[in-house]
Design a protein around this ligand. Sequence first.
Ligand SMILES: Cc1ncc(COP(=O)(O)O)c(C=O)c1O
Length: 397
Amino acid sequence: MKLAARAGRITPSPTLAMAATAKAMAARGIDVADFSSGEPDFDTPDPVKAAAEAAIRAGFTKYTPSSGIDELRQAIIDKLQTDQGVRYEKSQVLVSCGAKHSLYNLAEALLEAGDEVIIPVPFWVSYADQTLLNDATPVLFPTREDEGYAIDAQELERLVTPRTKAIVVNSPCNPTGATYDRGTLERLAELALRRDLLLISDEIYEKILYDGATHTSIASLGPEVAARTVIINGVSKAYAMTGWRIGYAAGPKDLLTAMANIQSQSTSNPCSISQKAAVAALRHGGAFTQTMVMEFDRRRRCMIERLNAMPGVHCSKPTGAFYAFPNVSELLGRQGPKGTIATPTDLANYLLQEFQVAVVPGEPFGSAHHIRLSYATSMETILRGMDRLDTAFRQLT
Ligand SMILES: Cc1ncc(COP(=O)(O)O)c(C=O)c1O
């Protein structure tokens, strides 16, 4: 069968693939230290589960309005007003099956063949693939590790062409854990206004911050900036609800209407029960997130310290999200039991096969020098895994 060309342009999500391999090994009884998963190990908070149970018992199990129930859209509007200081109408808010789905609706509504989207590197894997899936071109803007992965708007502007439609802003960033300061966001906003670009602000890790870092939404910089920003967010990370699949987008009305139409013809509404659960999370989940982030912070400190003590490894300190992104370039070129470890992918395979440690190689994030480890896993796994990594790196010759 001849498939559509777009299907051949992308590969399955490498982060999900590595997580699935690690889980399959664990299911076979293999003791895997799994750092591949991009999800909190915490259980979904009880009040959220209770809201879902109540929804099931009340028979709230039918189709809902395609764009999401009013109660949830209102909770999102209230959250964006309180946290970001930006006021949205209901018609500007769309609830989807996870933030990934929100981004996909956005890509479908926005992009055409030949369009370009500027993506700072390193980047979360799906931005580029979703752009490709919609016949457009990801334009990668490299940032520097020794500059904290900061985005220089002046440098970035060199990549803007008449075909540039949007710039992706992901703060805190997956995979680097970097957060952008207000000055950086102001310069990006000024650029977007001047060159007539859309800002795609992925704020899914907004509440997972350390060392006094704060989150500023670029949309909060003024009404004219909000008018050309789409905020993407969801409940997956902040409330340990990855499996419930609720994300949302808020932005300009014409764009959000187009996205809502696309959703109504593709998936229809996100799960009715999950929507009720998301209302409870947004209204009452704050204390849970704080507790979780305190624990992530403890694990972050431990993992970064251990990684930096390993030979050939250098790891900068993330100020947001829950990933360490160590630079392993000194280890590349060394010999493992099956030959040269030339790339982060070779290293990840070596770690999984010889030491049962699951990490994600840097290549799909746009880096040939790093691997990504999630510290949203137990301290016991971190300690066990760091011991194994230390041995694994020392055994490379
Ligand atoms: C930066 C970023 N954006 C969006 C998502 C999608 O989250 P979800 O679809 O679970 O809401 C993820 C998940 O890993 C992510 O890391």
